[in-house]
Design a protein around this ligand. Sequence first.
Ligand SMILES: [Zn+2]
Length: 168
Amino acid sequence: MQKETAGADAGATVIMKCPFCGHLEDRVVDSREAKIGDTIRRRRECTRCNRRFTTYERIDEIPYMVIKKDGRREKFDRQKVLTGLLKACERRPIPVSKLEEIVNEAEAYVAESTARERPTSAVGELVMNRLKRLDKVAYVRFASVYLDFKDVREFMDELKDLLKARGK
Ligand SMILES: [Zn+2]
């Protein structure tokens, strides 16, 4: 378990202190961690008084990286992904919560990697596939920006399918 001194920053690892007896040792009782945005929720049990409590830990101490086409790495940026999605979904009947789910999924995908990094292309594809299920128009908009018209044929095929579906 992490027991670093808590700093002033929100990103610092905090001391997990039992809220009932103040004991500093506990064990995580949930095998599954619940990730909410950039926070991990854990159920813990105090090793002294055996009472259970929940902690919320920031997981941004070590950044997740994305590898760009030219090989450069940059920090995975939730806001950037969300901004792209919001732009694609302008005036579409999609609740922001749905877009946040996609962002969470994209982040989890990067976080799952043992190397803590994924190519941007793979992240982009994941986002595109989720958007495709959600809203075709938003999907085509996102794809046109994301694919950068480098794969025109694939894009045109998608567009044709979309127009066909509309004609029905
Ligand atoms: Zn306790």
